[in-house]
Design a protein around this ligand. Structure first.
Ligand code: HEM
Length: 377
């Protein structure tokens, strides 16, 4: 019996502290797709006794075996979900951890996820883009960053130190439990953290658009304009994540992608909610694969989810107010448009024009169509 199976069985028999470190290091050693069945059996047995936060963690660990593997379980979104209201805190944790992982490759290229370690130049690029995302977040959180010397690496180390200094035990565990690569390729780490950070940002956009629609229904143009400008700024602020993702080696991506079939961001509830809160999708889009993957959002739309677009048309506003809100809507639409175009460009580079998506669409051709959908109007 392996050490990790023994540790899980001992916990299941006697309780106490769940052996997180042992189980997580086993998952890192093999990658989630290749975890031996003996450990999966033991975890499945243990799940019968699990309650509280442990239960969703075990569901995420066992998704491949249970046949429930999807985008949400791949990114461990059920574990992140309770924290998403605090976008800045979560983004700081996720991006600082990404930076830490890349910094660690300097000292130990064959560390966890040893396949295709990055060279110095690549690490530096990733750190530079990561710092662009995290600087404004740490400013807002009032976490001073004090690099010991000039340079990107020193600033990145200081960023991790600043975030780690205020990290609770619960947040530390959350970071560890939400990193479950399917393979052992270095670049999958950044892929997962980038997706999780965008998800966190989408959750914030949902709140902003919801506030904007409510404000417009109450004829409050200023509040609507502020919410929309905040949404646009938030989406622009995380956009350097695309530059990080663009440093992912195509060979690395294609290797771990063999295990991610069935997990596609087409299943992102926050993204579709964001789209639907901006403007009610046309019937053709609502009836398509785009919403087949998120039937609960389709139901929300069909049962009367308000939208900024409709609330704006119905609102009685002074000409100056109308112009202000229209300007903020245009700013948000431009940010979404840039996001979609960058996504489409990167997907084309990673997949080629002909490969289907992991969400079983035509792949890049699906994205080319979705890119043209108006955000408003
Ligand atoms: C290597 C990078 C990426 C590739 C190759 C890629 C590819 C694709 C493809 C092919 C689709 C179409 C659905 C499918 O069949 O899977 C898709 C959808 C989507 N992707 Fe990505 N993607 C990448 C990164 C990202 C990132 C970082 C995000 C951020 C969360 C993201 C968010 C989305 C969303 C929200 C959709 C659904 C769009 C819609 O339904 O209109 N993708 N992606």
């Amino acid at each position: 019996m392996s050490a990790e199976v023994a540790a899980v069985r001992t916990w299941a028999a006697g309780g106490g502290e769940f052996p997180y470190a042992t189980v997580l290091s086993a998952y890192r050693r093999w990658g989630k797709a290749l975890v031996p069945s003996g450990l999966l059996d033991a975890l499945s047995e243990a799940r019968r006794r699990a309650g509280g936060d442990l239960r969703p963690f075990l569901d995420v660990l066992l998704d491949k075996r249970d046949g429930t593997y999807d985008y949400r379980s791949y990114l461990a979104l059920p574990l992140l979900a309770p924290h998403l209201a605090e976008s800045d805190v979560v983004i700081a944790l996720l991006v600082a951890d990404l930076v830490r992982f890349e910094l660690a490759a300097d000292d130990d290229p064959a560390g966890p996820l040893p396949v295709m370690p990055p060279d110095d130049v690549l690490v530096e690029k990733r750190l530079r883009h990561g710092l662009r995302v995290i600087r404004p977040v740490l400013d807002r959180l009032d976490r001073p960053v004090r690099p010991a010397e000039p340079g990107v690496r020193a600033e990145a180390r200081a960023v991790w130190a600043a975030v780690e200094a205020r990290m609770s035990g619960e947040q530390r565990l959350l970071l560890r439990c939400t990193m479950l690569p399917v393979d052992i390729v270095h670049d999958e780490y950044l892929f997962i953290r980038v997706l999780q950070t965008f998800e966190t940002a989408f959750a914030g956009l949902v709140r902003d658009l919801d506030s904007a629609a409510t404000a417009l229904s109450g004829q409050s143009a200023t509040r609507a304009e502020d919410a929309l400008r905040h949404a646009a700024a938030s989406l622009r602020e995380v956009s350097p994540l695309w530059s990080i993702l663009a440093t992912m080696r195509v060979g690395a991506f294609r290797r771990f992608r063999q295990w991610t079939e069935g997990a596609s961001a087409i299943q992102s509830r926050h993204y579709k909610l964001m789209e639907s809160l901006a403007r009610r999708p046309d019937e053709a889009r609502l009836g398509s694969a785009a919403y087949d993957h998120v039937p609960e959002i389709r139901t929300l739309v069909r049962t009367g989810l308000p939208s900024v677009d409709a609330a704006f048309r119905a609102a009685t506003l002074a000409p100056g107010e109308r112009a202000g809100v229209a300007g903020a809507m245009a700013e948000f639409a431009a940010a979404v448009d840039t996001w979609r175009r960058t996504h489409h460009r990167l997907a084309t580079r990673m997949l080629g024009a002909q490969t289907g998506g992991t969400g079983y669409t035509g792949g890049v051709s699906y994205l080319a169509g979705a890119r043209e959908i108006p955000v408003f109007g």
